[in-house]
Design a protein around this ligand. Structure first.
Ligand code: SDX
Length: 393
C-alpha cells in the first residue's frame, strides 16, 4: 500500500533491499555517498572521482585515479561497427531511445562485460560503460542534427571530452570554458547515485537474474526516461517556458496546480523520500546562479524558477505536503547555460547516474548469497472463471 516493491527474499523478510552505497535521511535532507556528505564531495571531487567512490566504496588514491582515467581514455572510442547503428536511426530518434539501445548493444561489441567478475575486471567494464555512454550520447546528438559524429580526444578529461564530441565540427575544435566544465562535473556528480529510486531498483531487479552490467544499466536508462523520474528535468523547463510564453503570473500557476487543473503538477517539486529540501537542489540553485554570473548571461527561466519556488514554498498546499524543490528543479538551467539542448537533459541525468547503477549492479553481483528478486503481489482479479467456447462468449 505504500507504493513500493517489497523485496520478499523468500524467507518472509519483506522490506526493500540492503545497500551500503548511498544514505538518505529524507526528513533531515541528508545525502551521503559511501558515508561522505554530498556537500563535502560537491565542488571538491570531479565526477570521475565521485564515480569511483560510489562504485568501489572509497575515495580513489592517486594510483586508482590515474589508472581509471587511463581506462576511460582508452575506452572512449566507439567500435566502428557500433557507429553503423547510427546510420539506421531516424534524425528525430529520441536520444534516450538511442542510449538505452546502444548501451545494451555494447555487450555485443565489448567482451569486457563478459569477464566482469572481480574488482579489476569490473573496473575495466565500468570504464567501458562510463566512457562509451558519453560517446554514444554525443553521437546521438550529432546524428539528430545531421552533423558528422566527432571522435573523442585522448588528451582531455571526461567532461571536456564530452563537450568536445558534442560541439566540435570538422576543422573547428570546440574548447569548453573552465566554468562550463566545472558546472557539468558538478551536475553529473550530484546525480551519481540516489538510493533505491525507480531506475536504480530496476537495475537491481535485472542484475538479480545475473544479467550483465550493460544489460542491467540499459534497463535503468529506460526507467529513468519517464517524466516522473529523470524526464522531470525536461518537464521543468517546458513548464517554465509555458508559464513565460503565456505571461501567466506564477501565483496563478500555483493556483492551477493546487486545484489540479488540467492535471498540472509543479514539475521539479516533491519527492518520495525527501520531506525537506533535496540537498542537491540547494547546491544546484547556487551553482546555476554562479554559472550565469560567471558566463555573464541571464536566463529568464532562472528568475521565473526562483519566483515560482518562493511562491510554492510559502503556500500551505506545498508546506502541508512537504513538497520542496528536487534535483530536477534547477538542473535544467545549468544545462541550458552550458548550451545543451533540452532533449539531451535526461541523457545527462543518465550519464550522471551510471556510476550508481554500476555500483548497485556490483553490490548484487558481489553477494555470494544473492537471490533473484521476485516481488509478490496482492491478487485483485476475478477467481474461478469458467472457460467458454467462442460461440458462447
Ligand atoms: C527524481 O526517487 C528518487 O530518488 C528520484 C530522484 C533520483 O535522484 O533518482 O531524486 C530523481 O526522480 C526526482 C523527482 C522528479 N519528478 C518530478 O519532479 C515530478 C513532479 N513530482 C511528483 O510527480 C512527485 O512529487 C514525485 C513523483 C516526485 C513523488 O511522487 P509520490 O511520492 O508518489 O508523491 P505523491 O504523488 O503521493 O504526492 C503526495 C501529495 C499528493 O497530493 P494528495 O493526493 O495527498 O492531496 O503531494 C502532491 C500529490 O498530488 N504532489 C504534488 C507534486 N508532487 C506531489 N502536487 C503538485 N506538484 C507536485 N510536483
Amino acid at each position: 500500500e505504500t507504493g513500493y516493491i517489497t523485496l520478499d527474499d523468500g524467507y518472509g523478510n519483506t522490506g526493500s533491499c540492503k545497500s551500503a552505497i548511498t544514505y538518505i535521511d529524507g526528513d533531515a535532507g541528508i545525502l551521503r555517498y559511501r558515508g561522505i556528505p554530498i556537500e563535502d564531495i560537491a565542488g571538491r571531487s570531479s565526477f570521475v572521482e565521485a564515480a569511483w567512490l560510489v562504485i568501489f566504496g572509497k575515495l580513489p588514491t592517486v594510483q586508482d585515479r590515474n589508472r581509471f582515467s587511463d581506462l576511460l581514455t582508452e575506452n572512449s572510442m566507439m567500435n566502428e561497427n557500433m557507429r553503423k547503428h547510427f546510420d539506421g536511426f531516424p534524425t528525430a530518434a529520441p536520444p534516450m531511445a538511442i542510449l538505452s539501445a546502444m548501451i545494451n548493444t555494447l555487450s555485443a561489441h565489448e567482451p569486457a562485460v563478459w569477464s566482469a567478475h572481480d574488482d579489476e575486471s569490473i573496473e575495466r567494464a565500468a570504464a567501458v560503460l562510463l566512457s562509451k555512454a558519453r560517446t554514444i550520447a554525443a553521437a546521438a546528438y550529432k546524428s539528430s542534427i545531421g552533423e558528422p559524429i566527432v571522435y573523442p580526444r585522448y588528451d582531455v578529461k571526461y567532461v571536456e571530452n564530452f563537450l568536445h564530441m558534442m560541439f566540435s565540427v570538422p576543422y573547428r575544435e570546440y574548447k569548453p570554458s573552465k566554468t562550463a566544465v566545472k558546472a557539468l562535473n558538478l551536475f553529473l556528480l550530484l546525480h551519481a547515485d540516489h538510493e533505491q529510486n525507480c531506475s536504480t531498483s530496476t537495475v537491481r531487479m535485472v542484475a538479480s537474474s545475473q544479467a550483465n552490467m550493460f544489460a542491467s544499466c540499459s534497463a535503468g536508462v529506460c526507467a529513468l526516461w519517464g517524466p516522473l523520474h529523470g524526464g522531470a528535468n525536461v518537464a521543468v523547463i517546458e513548464m517554465l517556458e509555458r508559464i513565460r510564453e503565456s505571461g501567466m503570473d506564477v501565483k496563478e500557476y500555483v493556483r492551477k496546480v493546487k486545484n489540479r487543473e488540467d492535471g498540472v503538477k509543479l514539475m521539479g517539486f516533491g519527492h518520495r523520500v525527501y520531506r525537506n529540501f533535496d540537498p542537491r537542489s540547494k547546491i544546484l540553485r547556487a551553482a546555476a546562479e554562479d554559472l550565469l554570473e560567471e558566463m555573464h548571461v541571464t536566463d529568464p527561466l532562472l528568475d521565473l524558477g526562483r519566483e515560482l519556488a518562493d511562491a510554492a514554498l510559502s503556500d500551505d498546499y506545498f508546506i502541508e505536503r512537504k513538497l520542496y524543490p528536487n534535483v530536477d528543479f534547477y538542473s535544467g538551467i545549468i544545462l541550458r547555460a552550458i548550451g545543451l539542448p533540452v532533449d539531451m537533459f535526461t541523457v545527462m541525468f543518465a550519464i550522471g547516474r551510471m556510476p550508481g547503477w554500476i555500483a548497485n549492479w556490483k553490490e548484487i553481483h558481489d553477494d555470494p548469497k544473492g537471490r533473484i528478486y521476485r516481488p509478490r503481489q496482492v491478487y485483485i482479479g476475478p477467481t474461478d472463471v469458467q472457460w467458454k467456447p467462442r460461440s458462447e462468449r
